[in-house]
Design a protein around this ligand. Structure first.
Ligand code: XMP
Length: 513
């Protein structure tokens, strides 16, 4: 791991905003990590944080299985900020009283503030923050002082200045809380005495140094998809170990128009690494012939991807390190409970079995997606790659409804390229988060000149979203849609109809399969 000068530990008690707290702290240029609430005292000491934040959570401190932490945490001399459930837990453990209100307090709420507290330095005596709770602190623990209240919540904030322990009932991390980040800043800089020297450029320098030390003259191998994460990981590694890095780019032929060539061009012309492109389209199309079930398509592509990668890797002999583009949300999310599988999103179904490597390196393991992009820019990766819209691992295979043939693939590539071109021309690419064409399995009657046609229908999909878990269909102006439609029908053979998908997610998903 990187040697971190300053760390804020965020103990996860199951609240929905936990990642957001970590992000807010990092936005203040202080590195933060989310860890399970039951982290041991030894581990905390080992990590040596400048401060600890307890997140909110859905439990009640009186619940039988409610998540708790050890009392010793408050005796380490490390500042602690408890948010919502975190404040209630601090109260409960330190001898105060938590009670249940008759009804939930929810929404942006006016909070009366004691702005002589360092936590609220610079605030007026009233401020709107998001409250979302049923339990509340009825009596603060001994040694604590009340520093905030609302009409219905007598203790919306508390402090024990001598011991550097603070609690707030509201959520400073969400946008609804006015100046919420300032509360976090005050905790970081006034109380934890952080200096705020975590920047992407320091991350890049530290990572390169660490990777150089770790890998030295040994060999590393990276599976490059052309997506943002694997590209940034590869470039970071290449800066550290140069030609000792080999990247294998498995081109399954299901990428967008010209995409394979673009990836090859960037990596062979701009970076000092060994680049192997495997053109495996025929192999993939053979395996996919006649397959219509979306999950089956994903599985076949995932497996075949590994087989191709293994075959190439074997030729290289023993490899010391395998590079993976894992990013922080993957790490946090994999630690949470199971939710229903709507789609099996992982295009690579695990690690290759037969590649002989000794260790895995995950240089982006601690970064959020926007930090990965910033790292990419720091490394000089072209903007069009860094800000590339998400593209699914199985590629166009899940945008061709029904069975896949080479002809259908070519039709879709052309139609999709026109759509993307016109979205870029209209400047809408900055506000639409994902947009693409789908080749439906539907053929219908049309008329071209004096001729009857019986050709495919292309659907256009464009969504605005921040997390890709929910999203709304984008209100693209009619004239842009009109241009895209007439260009597709005129320029792409075998398409005589274009539809625009006006369903949001939920109930639809972003991809059609
Ligand atoms: P859905 O269709 O589930 O998509 O609303 C949400 C986001 O995930 C992407 N997606 C995938 N990514 N492999 C991937 O790597 C997949 O099989 C896959 N299916 C969907 C989709 O493009 C969107 O960004």
């Amino acid at each position: 791991m990187l040697e971190k000068k300053e760390l804020i530990l965020i103990l996860d008690f199951g609240g929905q905003y936990n990642q957001l707290i970590a992000r807010r702290v990092r936005e203040c240029n202080v590195y933060s990590e989310v860890v399970p609430y039951d982290i041991t005292i030894e581990k905390i000491k080992e990590k040596n944080p400048k401060g600890i934040i307890f997140t909110g959570g859905p439990a009640s401190v009186y619940g039988e299985d409610s998540p708790r932490c050890a009392k010793e945490i408050f005796e380490l001399g490390i500042p602690v900020l408890g948010i919502c459930y975190g404040m209630q837990l601090m109260t409960h453990i330190l001898g105060g009283n938590v009670a249940r209100a008759d009804k939930r307090e929810y929404g942006a709420t006016e909070v009366n503030i004691d702005n002589s507290s360092v936590l609220f330095e610079g605030f007026d005596t009233k401020n709107n923050f998001l409250m979302s709770h049923t339990d509340f602190v009825e009596t603060v623990p001994e040694g604590f002082k009340n520093i905030a209240s609302t009409d219905t919540c007598p203790n919306a904030g508390m402090e024990n200045k001598e011991r550097n322990l603070y609690g707030i009932q509201f959520h400073p991390e969400v946008n609804l809380s006015v100046n919420g980040t300032q509360v976090i800043k005050n905790f970081l800089f006034n109380i934890c005495k952080c200096s705020g020297d975590w920047t992407m450029s320091s991350f890049v320098q530290d990572s390169i140094k660490m990777l150089k030390e770790k890998i030295g003259d040994k060999k590393a191998l990276c599976a490059l998809s052309g997506g943002v994460d694997s590209s940034v990981a590869a470039v970071l590694l290449s800066k550290a170990i140069g030609k000792n890095l080999t990247c294998i780019f498995v081109d399954h032929g299901l990428l967008r128009k010209n995409e394979g060539d673009e990836v090859e061009k960037i990596f062979t012309e701009q970076y000092d690494l060994n680049f192997i492109r495997v053109n495996a389209k025929d192999r993939f199309l053979e395996k996919l012939a006649g397959v219509t079930d979306p999950e089956k398509k994903r599985k076949i592509i995932g497996e075949e991807f590994i087989r191709v990668f293994e075959q190439e890797a074997k030729k290289l002999g023993t490899i010391d390190f395998l590079v993976q583009g894992t990013i922080y949300p993957d790490v946090i999310e994999s630690g949470l409970g199971k939710s229903a599988v709507i789609k099996s999103h992982h295009n690579v179904g695990g690690l290759p079995d037969y590649v002989d490597f000794k260790e895995i390196v995950e240089p982006l393991r601690s970064l959020f997606k926007d930090e990965v992009r910033k790292t990419g820019l720091e490394l000089g990766i072209p903007e069009n790659l860094v800000f590339r819209q998400p593209f699914p691992g199985p590629g166009l295979a899940i945008r061709i409804i029904g069975d896949i043939t080479e002809d259908k693939l070519n039709i879709l590539k052309e139609a999709d390229s026109i759509f993307r071109e016109e979205i870029a021309n209209s400047g809408l690419h900055k506000s639409i988060n994902q947009y693409f064409a789908v080749l439906t399995n539907l053929r219908s009657v049309g008329v071209m000149g004096d001729e009857r046609t019986y050709d495919y229908t292309v659907a256009l999909r464009a969504v605005e979203t921040t997390d890709f878990m929910t999203g709304v269909w984008s209100r693209i102006p009619y004239d842009v849609l009109d241009k895209v439609s007439s260009r597709i029908v005129n320029e792409v053979d075998h398409v005589n109809r274009v539809c625009y998908d006006i369903t949001s997610k939920p109930p639809a998903t972003i991809e059609w399969e």
